[in-house]
Write a protein that binds this ligand. Structure first.
Ligand SMILES: [Zn+2]
Ligand SMILES: [Zn+2]
Ligand SMILES: [Zn+2]
Length: 297
């Protein structure tokens, strides 16, 4: 399995656009791995996790071509994970060459509703081109048209589902974030490697741990949210709750011998430089992600 971390920053990115706090200033000065865009990840070349406002720029930056993507998994509806106005460029007139298959967009009810609303805005602009009258497509029209126009099919999913996506099996975990929305984390299994993508979430409860345990096979790659670093945990992990969660994986014997445990989705609000985070996490055998990191497992 090849995993490309297209972005590893939290909602405001790191440095944050409208911030000159010490962490942001240091990140601007040091550059390199300290510069983090909004989070998303590509599995091989055909499965994308989240589509945020930086996905287009990051694909350009890291020479990634999304034409082979067949499925997009959305963790939740926050705009740093779901900002798909670019979907308009899947239409025939935006492409010079090649046919596109249907991409399936999997997300909880709120995420799919949010996507439909973003798509409606795009449709309104398309329908009103050259005309004076504002035409607002109905919900039904949006759902009907996205497949023909943008080659996208939306599917609502919930926690604790197993989804078959061609060569992948995907299991949905209930992330503790943005309640009452049923935010999701994913375990992706390609038959050889099991990858857990855990953002955005705070501590899972016993029910979630029991669900993860019930999946049977051990995990080979974990990317867990470490958003608030030196701050306090809530709907996101701090260093402390991150390490508590990592220990829980060890105690429950859920990690394979070759497992690599990554921290990602860093906020400028309570995180230090890349090098300092590496030092902080080294004694705990935690690897630190950066934008453009490619992991082969
Ligand atoms: Zn986020
Ligand atoms: Zn800042
Ligand atoms: Zn979020």
């Amino acid at each position: 399995m090849k995993i490309t971390f297209l972005g590893t920053g939290a909602a405001e990115a790191f440095p944050a656009l409208f911030c000159n706090c010490e962490n942001c200033q240091r990140a601007r000065k040091l550059g390199g791995r300290n510069l983090r865009c909004r989070s998303s990840a590509l599995v091989n070349d055909d499965l994308l996790i989240d589509y945020g406002p930086d996905t287009s720029a990051q694909c350009t930056r890291f020479n990634v071509d999304l034409t082979k993507v067949k499925d997009i998994l959305i963790t939740h509806s926050h705009a740093d994970h779901l900002y798909m106005h670019d979907v308009r460029h899947r239409k025939v007139t935006s492409r010079l060459k090649g046919s596109l298959g249907i991409v399936r967009l999997w997300g909880n009810k709120t995420s799919i509703e949010t996507f439909n609303e973003q798509t409606r805005v795009v449709f309104m602009e398309e329908l009103n081109q050259g005309g004076k009258h504002a035409v607002r497509p109905t919900d039904e029209e949006v759902i009907e048209e996205i497949e023909d126009f943008f080659f996208v099919k939306t599917i609502v999913i919930e926690p604790h589902q197993t989804i078959n996506l061609g060569r992948y099996k995907v299991y949905t975990i209930h992330a503790h974030h943005k309640e009452p929305e049923l935010s999701l984390n994913f375990v992706i299994d390609d038959g050889t490697t099991r990858f857990l993508y855990g953002t955005d979430t705070g501590l899972w409860d016993e029910e979630e741990w029991n669900y993860i345990e019930s999946l049977g096979a051990k995990l080979d790659v974990i990317a867990l949210d470490c958003t608030v670093g030196l701050g306090r945990t809530g709907g996101h992990h701090s260093n402390e709750s991150f390490l508590k969660t990592k220990n829980e994986f060890v105690t429950r014997d859920l990690l394979s011998e070759r497992c690599t445990f990554f921290a990602h989705h860093f906020s400028h609000q309570s995180n230090v430089t890349y090098d300092d985070i590496v030092e902080l996490m080294k004694p705990h055998s935690v690897e630190i992600t950066f934008d453009g990191l490619v992991v082969e497992k």
